[in-house]
Design a protein around this ligand. Structure first.
Ligand SMILES: [Fe+2]
Length: 135
């Protein structure tokens, strides 16, 4: 099942939504590449991209939360750190398996669930908070 960003995942903060869309595209590209049994180099590269982009996105999102003094920032940071660890675990499991694509394919569901649940349950609240700020 492809991972697609749908409008119900909109947080209501444009720059966050834009990053989320790219993030979904990258995850999708990685898992599609896995399913299609693309070349190992390509899979390696996509996994690296997803990892880098995830970290960059979290840094940007956290900087924004600081800027707006978002009250639930600590819970967000914790959730982000957990997911960074999950990805690190995925990477090392993949590496120690000698680049077994099944490791990637099997992680598909975990990643989709995390992304969608995190956005729906946590990131959307950032947008709700922004609305209370006025201008
Ligand atoms: Fe977040």
């Amino acid at each position: 099942m492809p991972i697609v960003w749908t409008p119900d995942l909109s947080v209501g903060v444009d720059h966050i939504d834009e990053q989320h869309k790219i993030w979904f595209e990258m995850a999708n590209e990685l898992f599609e590449a896995g399913k299609e049994r693309r070349a190992r180099d390509y899979i390696d590269k996509m996994l690296g991209f997803l990892d880098e982009y995830t970290k960059q996105h979290f840094r940007d999102e956290e900087a924004y939360m600081e800027e707006i003094r978002y009250p639930e920032i600590e819970a967000q940071k914790k959730a982000h750190a957990n997911f960074v660890n999950e990805l690190a675990r995925l990477k090392s499991e993949y590496e120690s398996s000698g680049g077994n694509i099944l490791v990637i394919i099997n992680a598909n569901k975990m990643v989709i669930n995390w992304l969608t649940n995190h956005i729906k349950n946590m990131d959307k609240k950032i947008g709700d908070y922004v609305k209370t700020l006025g201008s």
